[in-house]
Design a protein around this ligand. Sequence first.
Ligand SMILES: [Zn+2]
Length: 278
Amino acid sequence: MTDAAALPGQPRGAVVSGPATARTVNVLAPNPSAMTLDGTNTWIVAEPDSDLAVVIDPGPLDDVHLRAVIEAVERSGRRVGLTLLTHGHPDHAEGAGRFAELTGTKVRALDAALRLGDEGLGAGDVITTGGLELRVVPTPGHTADSLSFHLPADRAVLTGDTILGRGTTVVAHPDGRLGDYLDSLRRLRSLTVDDGVHTVLPGHGPVLEDAQGAVEFYLAHRASRLAQVETAVEAGHRTPSDVVAAVYADVDRSLWPAAELSVRAQLEYLTEHGLIQG
Ligand SMILES: [Zn+2]
């Protein structure tokens, strides 16, 4: 999400989980916080019979973690063929340059400023490294540059911060926009309904096995928050911080600065749709 600062005194060394799906393994970065949950999930994706792996979101600039990712790839008898970014927040992307240096790979991302090499990444692109089929799904809203990756062979989608394994995500106004985010959630819902995706591999938190349920929960949560914000404005709460205090009273205060970004995105959405006066 947004805050990649390591907590003092936390244990060092990355945690490698078992296979999440047939083609994916998660290496957990040691950057837990209120914003990053257990830490950033760095995903290794590879075809079972291939010697090349794709790494999605190397994570924070932390050599212990980056080397743990490389070791996990090498232990499976592979090498890293390509690095991809779901978006540019530092807890996902800050280590990408160093990771590319260590692995000699290119970095592909929607935002040209994050790329290393000449290839971009966008709607309709299909990553075929090592025989994979990884379809790029534009999912702006958390940030303007957010992408998800559809892995049809595992009926899975890697969602970055667009859908998290626990809780809900921030619409990071002004870069992130609520209308875009709702469209992105609907796009992900159609992957679950029309393309049989049932597993969400998120950028933070645990794997979700009911992808459609997760998307429906996010859509319902957004609709309910939006109604609460509209009600708060009608009740006379005019500033974003007033609205946060009224609407996010149930949320830990350490998350209020992030909640204020979402509130600003919601106020913009309500104003643009003529639902409140700007
Ligand atoms: Zn993020």
